[in-house]
Design a protein around this ligand. Structure first.
Ligand SMILES: NC(=O)c1ccc[n+]([C@@H]2O[C@H](COP(=O)([O-])OP(=O)(O)OC[C@H]3O[C@@H](n4cnc5c(N)ncnc54)[C@H](O)[C@@H]3O)[C@@H](O)[C@H]2O)c1
Length: 394
């Protein structure tokens, strides 16, 4: 097959990236056959889709009643992922679904079985996992070049205003819908999910991610939402490697994704931007801001590149695989994405979401934040044994 039919499920919100690809890229391998969107006006390029002769349906069922896409790209709220992936597979379509794989881990086996039965792939849209930078470092980890991994830690400080929690169709910051359907929308399962997933992905074998043996999570909330906007997650892998993740939307200061992975024979660093905050946790001789770099015990420096280089590598990978009829879910399919979903499900079912102490919170008309929290999380990054316990005490 040299050309495939493609459909978009969700064209508002983040899906604009996919809409832009369809309208601007003129990829000769694809024939767009339709889109699904219950609120079409949420798509800024709706008229252009219509002008291009791409019908917009209100439901995925209506799409499949009228069209036969070879690849369906799903970029809808988390709770829609499982039913929409299942519908696409049942109708003989490959799938690229946005992260996370699904809300609750109970769906993983159902999705795996449906994909196997349909003989179609399901890719999950963690764009870092498709980047040559991450795949390059994973190859070197798997080859044993750095020895055993001793510790991984990642931090992201991404302030978000009140409008962030009002976006979409009422699922932002929700644990469950009114009918009990799991959503599990949180900082760790949405905006910064990539960086938690990334550590599990790098510790897994080719096409898979590793599952921790123990998990402990401090889940905190400053905003008026059900779920948490701040977290510190500490995991231990079966071989004893400690994996630590710190993230918050309730901070004043911005710090883009930053990590330090310690191996027996190398240290691996990444910080997206060169700022005073990043410098406060990166070693002085890390000069490759924006790129992943390893420094080996014998002084060799290996630069792997920018994991953000191409956010649409996942779509290009999915189109290429569908054109070739290749159903291997590599690099990031159900198997690789499921470890993150299992960790999130465990956190939601075993840890309590706690409120920040009221005295620590500042509220303006535009946002809610906790002064000093960014520095506290940076301190946890430097010393992962520290906790956020004092922030919840009145
Ligand atoms: N990969 C990334 O970097 C990245 C970034 C942001 C969001 N996302 C993911 O994209 C997905 C959507 O997030 P968002 O922030 O764009 O959400 P959103 O609510 O802003 O947009 C979702 C879109 O899907 C539409 N929609 C809702 N129900 C639908 C249904 N049943 N069928 C079809 N369309 C439906 C909505 O109307 C809206 O246009 C989530 O899974 C999120 O985690 C990924």
């Amino acid at each position: 097959m040299s050309q495939i039919r493609i459909a978009l499920c969700g064209i508002g919100g983040y899906a604009r990236l996919y809409t832009n690809y369809i309208l601007d890229r003129h990829d000769e391998r694809i024939i767009p056959v339709g889109a699904v969107e219950p609120f079409p006006d949420s798509c800024p390029r709706l008229q252009e889709l219509r002008d291009a002769g791409i019908p917009v349906y209100a439901t995925i069922e209506e799409l499949f009643a009228a069209q036969k896409p070879d690849l369906t790209v799903i970029a809808t709220p988390i709770q829609c992922h499982t039913p929409q992936i299942l519908t696409a597979l049942a109708n003989g379509s490959h799938v690229l679904c946005e992260k996370p794989l699904c809300a609750d881990a109970k769906d993983i086996e159902i999705l795996r079985e449906a994909s196997r039965k349909a003989g179609k792939f399901v890719f999950i849209g963690y764009q870092w996992s498709y980047s040559s930078a991450i795949l390059g470092i994973k190859k070197d980890i798997l080859s044993g070049r750095f020895g055993r991994c001793l510790e991984m830690k990642s931090i992201v400080l991404w302030p978000r205003d009140l409008a962030y929690y009002r976006r979409g169709s009422g699922w932002a910051g929700k644990i469950l819908l009114a009918d009990g359907t799991p959503v599990y929308d949180s900082i760790a399962n949405n905006a910064t999910a990539h960086y938690l997933h990334n550590m599990l992905f790098l510790l897994g074998t080719d096409g898979s991610a590793a599952l921790p043996e123990t998990i402990r999570g401090e889940l905190l909330r400053a905003n008026a939402i059900e779920n948490f906007d701040t977290c510190k997650v500490d995991m231990t892998m079966p071989d004893g490697t400690g994996v630590h993740f710190m993230a918050s939307h309730a901070v004043e200061e911005n710090m883009n994704p930053t990590f330090h992975f310690r191996f027996e024979k190398a240290d691996v660093y990444y910080s997206q931007n060169d700022t005073p905050l990043s410098r406060s946790v990166m070693p002085e001789d890390y000069r490759e801001y924006g790129q992943i770099a390893a420094v080996t015990a014998d002084g060799e420096r290996i630069v792997y590149g920018n994991p953000f280089a191409n956010d649409l590598n996942k779509l290009e990978t999915a189109i290429g695989a569908a054109v070739r009829g290749d159903t291997r879910e590599f690099p990031c399919g159900i198997e690789a994405a499921s470890a993150h979903t299992r960790v999130i499900t465990w956190l939601q079912q075993n840890e309590t979401v706690r409120n920040f102490a009221e005295t620590k919170i500042r509220r303006t008309d535009a946002k809610v934040y906790v002064p000093g929290l960014g520095e506290a999380l940076l301190d946890c990054f430097r010393h992962p044994e520290r906790t956020l316990a004092e922030w919840t005490v009145e």
